[in-house]
Design a binder for this molecule. Structure first.
Ligand SMILES: [Zn+2]
Length: 364
């Protein structure tokens, strides 16, 4: 549990809300586009992606610390998630200091006092319990990224392990861990998932959403991911792999992920993985705008959450042909391509996509 930088002008007398989350976050998210509550949906995660380093992305001097902190977690904590948190918390500024404003009970005056400190924006209480001496110099220093980033990593790792024990909760394990980091795990338990937008003015809900969206931008583009063709077969999109097939989680109606996700921004070209005939093109419920293609071997490929569909039912398509653009329509937690291989045209007939594509000669 960790209060965030934030301007909590409150009459509550010297009570620090664990949820004084950043004003910046609230301003960034003018309005939540989703009132369905919870963190539900299909989220993106470039778990295997390396950090995108450079101006506007991850500063080179912190990349190593972030990658090490992630690698030390044996629960599969992506470095890009830690990086996205640091960007959101402090903009990678190790001197970041946020304040809160509280009313002095004695004088009735509003006073300003320090709240969260350093690159990972720890408040004193959390730092006292969770801060570690990451660089082994004999002192744990909240202002030192060599201590703060490993501490953040360790906290997130513990939360991620806890989250994985709750596959029925609403949200992926990473989303649950982020919500726990923001609001305290007790709140995640209380809501059996990411707290809804109605909780604490959407602070936690939006925090999770922003981090998940930022993760993509801080992940290095996968340069080997050109949608090349191999006998007319290729990748559906150029972009890193995210949530794998059959990952369990309460976000999916089947209880597990029925496809694979590619972490790509809205507007990325989506290619037919192979030649075939379009059997569905348009709104598909939770899948948002989708395309389903029947291939000559009797199998089907499906592409979901698209922002634009550029083919129609009945069209013949060639392998590699652009069939639309990626997006986040339907039940999607941020932009990505959800991709399935199926034995039939409809939901519930999914098989593991990667082995299928590899058998077609696709290098993926
Ligand atoms: Zn998906």
């Amino acid at each position: 549990m960790k209060a965030k930088r934030g301007i909590a002008l409150t009459a509550a007398v010297f009570v620090v809300s664990p949820l004084a989350l950043g004003l910046g976050i609230i301003l960034l998210i003018a309005a939540s586009d989703d009132d369905k509550g919870g963190g539900g949906g299909d989220f993106d995660l470039s778990a295997a992606g390396s950090l995108r380093i450079g101006k506007g992305y991850v500063p080179a001097q912190y990349a190593g610390l972030i990658e090490k902190a992630a690698a030390e977690c044996d629960a599969g904590l992506p470095a890009s998630v830690l990086a996205a948190q640091l960007k959101q918390e402090s903009g990678f500024n190790p001197k970041a200091q946020s304040y809160e404003y509280v009313k002095d009970p004695a004088t009735g005056e509003t006073i300003k006092r320090p709240l969260a400190k350093g690159i990972a924006q720890f408040i004193d209480g959390t730092w006292a319990s969770s801060g570690i001496d990451g660089n082994g110099d004999g002192k744990k220093d909240v202002w030192d990224p060599e201590d703060a980033i490993p501490s953040q990593g360790e906290m997130m790792c513990k939360l991620l392990k806890t989250a994985k024990k709750h596959p029925g909760y609403n949200g992926s394990p990473i989303e649950l861990a982020l919500a726990g980091y923001n609001a305290g795990w007790g709140r995640v338990d209380e809501y059996k998932g990411v707290p809804p937008a109605s909780f604490a003015d959407g602070q936690t809900y939006n925090y999770v959403k922003i981090i998940m969206a930022t993760v993509e931008s801080l992940t290095a583009p996968n340069t080997s991911g050109d949608p090349g063709t191999s006998g007319g077969w290729g990748r559906p999109v150029k972009g890193p792999l995210g949530t794998p097939y059959h990952q369990q989680g309460g976000a999916w109606s089947s209880g597990y992920h029925t496809g694979i996700d590619f972490a790509v921004p809205t507007g990325t070209s989506i290619h037919a993985v192979g030649p075939g005939k379009v059997v569905a093109a348009g709104p598909g419920g939770a899948y948002g705008n989708q395309v389903v293609i029947k291939h000559a071997d009797g199998m089907y490929s499906q592409y979901a959450h698209m922002s634009k569909v550029r083919v129609s039912t009945g069209d013949s398509v060639s392998g590699g042909q652009v069939i639309g653009l990626s997006g986040e329509t339907g039940n999607a937690f941020g932009p990505h391509l959800h991709f399935e291989i199926r034995t039939g045209p409809d939901y519930g007939t999914d098989v593991s996509p990667l082995p299928y594509l590899r058998k077609k000669g696709v290098d993926i």
